[in-house]
Ligand binder design. Structure first.
Ligand code: IDP
Ligand code: MG
Length: 136
């Protein structure tokens, strides 16, 4: 049975700054993801705070929001079979130092904060995050 899902991916400022967006988009295409929508934007600190509200109580919250709003990002609506979990697998562990070979964070991530990509962690959050950036 097929289980087509949509999820949110963000190419974070460190990767956009190094002009890696086309390479990363190709990695998604190679893994069977369709990019349904995409836009390059530069969000404000206030918008980043809203987006990462779930992390409000974490010690790194302020730095995280400052970072996501520090430069242009590419936000994408991705679609494929089991998109949420498949995107998380392709991304790899949060800390690039712990990420498996072949994952995006292993290949492109610089550090735990500059880890190149964001991906929704559940179908429920994917819906909320897609609504946030694309209104659906
Ligand atoms: P995820 O991006 O793999 O889902 P989360 O735990 O949701 O990881 O954290 C959101 C983002 O916050 C991470 O991608 C990373 O950039 C940053 N982050 C997570 N943990 C730490 C930390 O311990 N120090 C600094 N930044 C962190
Ligand atoms: Mg997360």
């Amino acid at each position: 049975m097929s289980n087509i899902e949509q999820t949110l991916s963000i190419i974070k400022p460190d990767a956009v700054e190094r002009d890696l967006q086309d390479q990363i988009k190709q990695e998604f295409a190679d893994k069977g993801f369709e990019i349904i929508k995409e836009k390059k934007i530069h969000i404000s600190k206030e918008e980043a705070e809203k987006f990462y509200k779930v992390h409000e109580s974490k010690p790194f919250y302020n730095d995280l929001c400052a970072y996501l709003s520090s430069g242009p990002i590419v936000v994408m609506k991705l679609q494929r079979e089991n998109a949420v979990i498949e995107n998380r697998k392709l991304m790899g562990a949060t800390n690039p130092a712990d990420a498996e070979e072949g994952t995006l964070r292993k290949k492109y991530g610089i550090s735990i904060d500059k880890n190149s990509v964001h991906g929704s962690d559940s179908l429920e959050n994917a819906k909320i995050e897609l609504e946030f950036f694309f209104n659906n």
